[in-house]
Design a protein around this ligand. Structure first.
Ligand code: ZN
Length: 222
């Protein structure tokens, strides 16, 4: 009996060694009934193309491109641990943007207002997948200051970790299709894929993190 079990045990042990690496690398996206997308795994903070110095969870890159096409914008902040942002908000997760008009290219506050209304047609009722939208009617935000967009995500239990599941307008490209440079200088802590301590949650039914309103951000002259 033992002789028969041994190969099986070895196989199970080998699988156990292989699984964490495989699941960390894997980005699994599922289109939701409302047309938005749920992506589990594959989180990584990367440079935001077009905005030197700004970084973001790579799972938002497709959404940001999509939004930029429709609403010309200038990003003043993305991934950030700056004290100006709420520590429980989405900036430290790389899942938030602070946005002002792209004035160098003729951008206007009217365009930013349109984007704000797209993301939050009614005050405090953001459209999926947005978690919190800071604009007119929110302290420290609004026309002439900045627009804040947060994307929905699963609960992150420990600081410095990225969200296991992220919700987006469009499904992100899997990492293999993006030729991101590696390693990522300065991104040692949050730049790696880390999971909340719940190995049992393999599905897409991630528990949403509570909404956190930002009190400040990076706007015009800020
Ligand atoms: Zn913000």
């Amino acid at each position: 009996m033992l002789r028969m079990l041994r190969p099986l045990l070895i196989a199970v042990a080998a699988l156990g060694l292989l699984l964490p690496a495989a699941s960390e690398a894997r980005m699994k996206s599922t289109k939701l009934p409302d047309g938005t997308c749920s992506t589990t795994g594959g989180g990584k903070v990367v440079d935001l193309p077009g905005f030197p110095g700004e970084r973001i969870d790579r799972r938002l890159l497709t959404d940001i491109k999509w939004l930029q096409k429709r609403y010309p914008m200038f990003v003043t902040d993305g991934y950030s641990n700056d004290g100006v942002h709420s520590p429980n908000g989405e900036h430290p997760l790389g899942l938030a943007l602070d946005i002002v008009p792209d004035k160098a290219n003729g951008g206007t506050w009217g365009q930013i207002t349109e984007l704000a209304l797209f993301a939050e047609p009614k005050q405090n009722q953001p459209r999926a997948p947005f978690r919190w939208v800071g604009y007119d009617g929110d302290a420290g935000h609004g026309r002439g200051n900045h627009l804040h967009l947060s994307w929905s995500h699963s609960t992150v239990t420990k600081p410095g970790r990225l969200a296991r599941t992220v919700y987006t307008i469009k499904c992100p490209k899997p990492p293999a299709a993006q030729q991101e440079p590696e390693p990522n200088p300065g991104g040692t802590e949050a730049g790696q894929v880390k999971h909340p301590d719940s190995p049992s949650t393999g599905g897409i039914k991630a528990k949403l993190a509570p909404v956190v309103a930002e009190s400040g951000g990076v706007g015009v002259g800020g």
